[in-house]
Design a protein around this ligand. Structure first.
Ligand SMILES: [Zn+2]
Length: 116
C-alpha cells in the first residue's frame, strides 16, 4: 500500500512562476527579484568607466520600472551565473560592447538582502 501523497504538484494559479536567468530554475515570483535594463543616454559619469551607452541593470523589487525585465534569485551565486553565461544580454536583449554589463546596483541589492 502506497498512499499517494496529496502533493498538489500543480501549484495554485495565484502564485506565478518565473525562471531565474542565473540558475535557470523556476521559482515563485516572490522568491525572485525583478531586474530591468536602463539606458542613460546622456548620463556622463565624471571619471567613470565608459560602459557603452550607459547601459545598466538595476533591481526592481517593486516591479514598477518600465521596460524589459528579467528574473533572478536573491542570490549572488545566481547573479554571477547570469553574468558568466551572459544571460542578461540575452534575456534583456541588449548588446553591450565587450559584453560588459553594469550590474553593480543588482549586486549591491543582493549583498544587502542575502544573509551570507
Ligand atoms: Zn537562481
Amino acid at each position: 500500500m502506497s498512499p499517494a501523497p496529496p502533493a498538489s504538484s500543480t501549484g495554485p494559479s495565484m502564485s506565478p512562476v518565473r525562471t531565474c536567468i542565473g540558475c535557470r530554475l523556476r521559482d515563485q515570483r516572490s522568491a525572485l527579484l525583478r531586474v530591468v535594463l536602463t539606458v542613460a543616454e546622456s548620463e556622463s559619469r565624471p571619471g567613470g568607466v565608459a560602459s557603452g551607452a550607459g547601459v545598466q541593470v538595476r533591481p526592481d523589487p517593486r516591479c514598477r520600472l518600465p521596460g524589459r525585465g528579467a528574473w533572478l534569485h536573491v542570490s549572488l551565486e545566481c547573479l554571477d551565473q547570469a553574468i558568466r553565461r551572459r544571460a542578461f544580454t540575452r534575456a534583456l536583449r541588449v548588446e553591450v560592447p565587450g559584453n560588459r554589463l553594469d550590474c553593480d546596483l543588482v549586486r549591491e541589492y543582493l549583498s544587502a538582502h542575502t544573509t551570507e
